[in-house]
Design a protein around this ligand. Structure first.
Ligand code: IMP
Length: 423
C-alpha cells in the first residue's frame, strides 16, 4: 500500500490523466488538490474519450472514490455540467464516488471577467491564461475575500456575500470601462449548481485522515506542471496554484509524512501552452506533431508549443518534487524521427547552467546545449512490453531518465489504457 503524489514535471499536459487512470487499478482514492477547470485530462477507455477538468480521472473506475480537495478552486456551474456530462456517457457519479471539500474556494462569474480583462490589458505581455478565472479566484483566497464551497450551502448568506463581491468587482470592471454583472442574472444558475452539488459536499480532510488511518491507497492527481507552479515556475508565466508535490499536502490536508512516493510524469519531448520562456522550443518538431494531429489543448483547443526534451527542466522538477519514479508519455510521437535532440544543459552568457534560472528574462536568454540520439523509425503504439521496444527507443528512454536523475517506471505509447508499458 502506498500513497503516491503524481506531478507533471514539465509545463503541464504531460499525459497525467492517462497515467492516473492506469494507476487507479490499485488506488482506492484519487484526490485533486489544486488548480481548477483550467486543467484538461484526457482519458480514452474502451474507445470512448473523456475530457475531465475538475473531477479526478479516477471517476472512470468503478469502486474508486474521488475527492476534490480544499486547495482546488471550483467553478460550481462547470463542475455540475461535468457531472451531467459524465452521467450522459454512462459513468455513475454519486456521493459514494465523489466528495467535494467544503473549504475549496469558488470560481465565480466575476473571476472570469477579471481574468479576461487583465489579459486584454496586458496586450503583448499577456500570460495566455485559459480565461477560466483561476488567477482572480486564488487572488481572492489569498486576500481573504473569497467565497468557499461551504458558503454555497447557506442560501441567504450566500446571496448577501455574493452581492458584496459583485458590487466590489463591478467597480473594478467599471474603472476599466467594462460592463459589470447583475446579481439577479447570475444568482439562479449558482443556486441551481449549489443544489446539484449539495450531496457531494463534505469535510474531506477528516475523510482522508480516516482513509490514511485505514491504510487505504491514495493517489494525488496533480494538475498543470512544475514550471507553471506559482512559486517554482516561470513566474509570472505560471498558473496561480502550487502544482508541485507540496501542494498535494496543503491542498488536501494530508500531512507530508503520510506520503510514500512521488511519481513525475513527463512527455518524451516538451510542450507548453500560453506565453513565457521555453528554451528548447523548436518549429520543426511543432510542425511534425501538429501534422500528426497531436498537441492541441484539451481545455482551450489551442495548438501547444513543442520542443525537444529538456533535461535541465526535468532535473529541477526532480529536486523540487522529490521525484522517485518517472512515467514517460507520448514516446510514439517521436517514432518517425531519424535523430532526436536532448538538451543536457544551458549556456547563459557564456557560462554552463545545470538548473533553470528563476528569473524569466535569464531563462529566455539561456541557450540549450544538445546531444543527438538515434531514432528508432518504427511504430511503437502497438508495443506492450519493454523488451519489445526497439533498442534505440529503450536507449532514448534510459538516457532521458538518467539525465533527469530519476528511475524509469512507466512508458506510454498512446492514449489508450492498454498502451502502457510497466517496467
Ligand atoms: P491559468 O491557469 O488559466 O491562469 O493560465 C496560466 C498559464 O497556465 C497559461 O500559460 C496556461 O496556458 C497554463 N495552464 C493552465 N492550466 C493548464 C493545463 O492544464 N495544462 C497546460 N497549461 C495550463
Amino acid at each position: 500500500m502506498s500513497n503516491t503524489i503524481l506531478v507533471g514535471a514539465q509545463w503541464g499536459d504531460e499525459g497525467k490523466g492517462k497515467i492516473i487512470d492506469f494507476l487507479t487499478e490499485t488506488a482506492q482514492i484519487v484526490v485533486r488538490s489544486q488548480g481548477g477547470n483550467n486543467a484538461g485530462h484526457t482519458v480514452i477507455v474502451g474507445g470512448t474519450k473523456y475530457v475531465l477538468h475538475l473531477i479526478p480521472s479516477g471517476i472512470l473506475r468503478p469502486g474508486t472514490l474521488c475527492v476534490i480537495g480544499n486547495g482546488v478552486v471550483l467553478d460550481p456551474i462547470a463542475v455540475a455540467v461535468e457531472i451531467e456530462g459524465l452521467r450522459s456517457k454512462g459513468i455513475q457519479v454519486t456521493p459514494q464516488n465523489l466528495m467535494i471539500s467544503d473549504a475549496a474556494h469558488l470560481v465565480l462569474p466575476y473571476h472570469r471577467l477579471l481574468d479576461e480583462a487583465r489579459e486584454a490589458s496586458r496586450g503583448a505581455g499577456k500570460i495566455g491564461t485559459t480565461k477560466r478565472g483561476i488567477g482572480p479566484a486564488y487572488g481572492d483566497k489569498i486576500a481573504r475575500v473569497g467565497l468557499r464551497v461551504a458558503d454555497l450551502l447557506h442560501t441567504e448568506s450566500f446571496e448577501q456575500k455574493l452581492a458584496t463581491r459583485v458590487a466590489e468587482n463591478n467597480a473594478v470592471l467599471a474603472a476599466q470601462g467594462l460592463p459589470g454583472l447583475v446579481l439577479a442574472e447570475i444568482l439562479p444558475a449558482l443556486q441551481a449548481a449549489a443544489e446539484a452539488l449539495r450531496p457531494f459536499i463534505a469535510n474531506t480532510v477528516v475523510y482522508l485522515h480516516e482513509a490514511v488511518e485505514a491504510k487505504k491507497e491514495i493517489l494525488f492527481e496533480g494538475a498543470q506542471g512544475t514550471f507553471l507552479d506559482i512559486d517554482h515556475g516561470t513566474y509570472p508565466y505560471v498558473t496561480s496554484s502550487n502544482t508541485t508535490a507540496g501542494g498535494a499536502c496543503t491542498g488536501s490536508g494530508v500531512p507530508p509524512h503520510k506520503i510514500d512516493k512521488v511519481l513525475g510524469v513527463i512527455k518524451a519531448y516538451t510542450t507548453r501552452v500560453g506565453e513565457g520562456p521555453f528554451p528548447t522550443e523548436n518549429e520543426g518538431i511543432s510542425d511534425l506533431l501538429h501534422g500528426m494531429g497531436r498537441e492541441f489543448g484539451s481545455t482551450t483547443g489551442r495548438a501547444r508549443r513543442c520542443g525537444w526534451f529538456d533535461a535541465v527542466a526535468v532535473r529541477y522538477a526532480g529536486i523540487i518534487n522529490g521525484i522517485d519514479e518517472l512515467a514517460v508519455t507520448n514516446l510514439d510521437g517521436l517514432d518517425t524521427l531519424a535523430t532526436i535532440k536532448v538538451c543536457t544543459h544551458y549556456e547563459l552568457r557564456g557560462k554552463r547552467v545545470d538548473y533553470p534560472p528563476m528569473d524569466y528574462t535569464d531563462l529566455a536568454a539561456c541557450v540549450p546545449v544538445y546531444i543527438e540520439l538515434p531514432g528508432w523509425l518504427t511504430p511503437t503504439d502497438a508495443i506492450r512490453e519493454w523488451k519489445a521496444l526497439p533498442e534505440n527507443a529503450r536507449h532514448y528512454l534510459e538516457k532521458i531518465a538518467s539525465l533527469s536523475g530519476a528511475k524509469l517506471k512507466i512508458a506510454s505509447v498512446g492514449p489508450n489504457r492498454e498502451q502502457t508499458i510497466l517496467l
